[in-house]
Design a protein. Structure first.
Length: 126
């Protein structure tokens, strides 16, 4: 990313967006147990922020959650401006982040490989 100010703003936006999603949006389609803001990237001129959202579960559930958040983008930006104490909050673009899901899948595959290796090794002495 860039300088310290960009990083601080990104962390502030991440914290406030997380709170807004869970406190400010009263939509039953958003399950706080499966949704998290994973990171935020702020442009050098502070006018844009990419907000990466992780949604655990089935792809259809993730797409529905992202659609709800996309419809609430204006509300989120307005509330964000107030929470940050700025006149104009950055324009927000929401991105689905599947990295946690990929990590879980990789861990499961590695566990399967280890279990297979352990099973093969136990027959060596026979």
């Amino acid at each position: 990313m860039g300088g310290r100010r960009q990083e601080r703003l990104a962390e502030e936006i991440k914290r406030e967006m997380s709170a807004l999603i869970f406190e400010g949006l009263k939509d039953p389609r958003i399950d706080p147990a499966t949704v998290s803001v994973t990171r935020v990237e702020v442009s050098k001129d502070y006018s844009h922020a990419r907000v990466f959202i992780s949604v655990l579960g089935e792809r259809a559930r993730a797409e529905e959650t992202m659609a709800v958040l996309e419809r609430a983008r204006g509300f989120l930006r307005s509330e964000l401006a107030g929470r940050l104490g700025v006149r104009h909050a950055p324009e927000i673009s929401l991105r689905l982040d599947r990295s946690i899901e990929h990590g879980v899948r990789i861990a499961a595959l590695l566990n399967e490989l280890r279990a297979g290796d352990a099973g093969e090794g136990s027959h060596e002495g026979e």
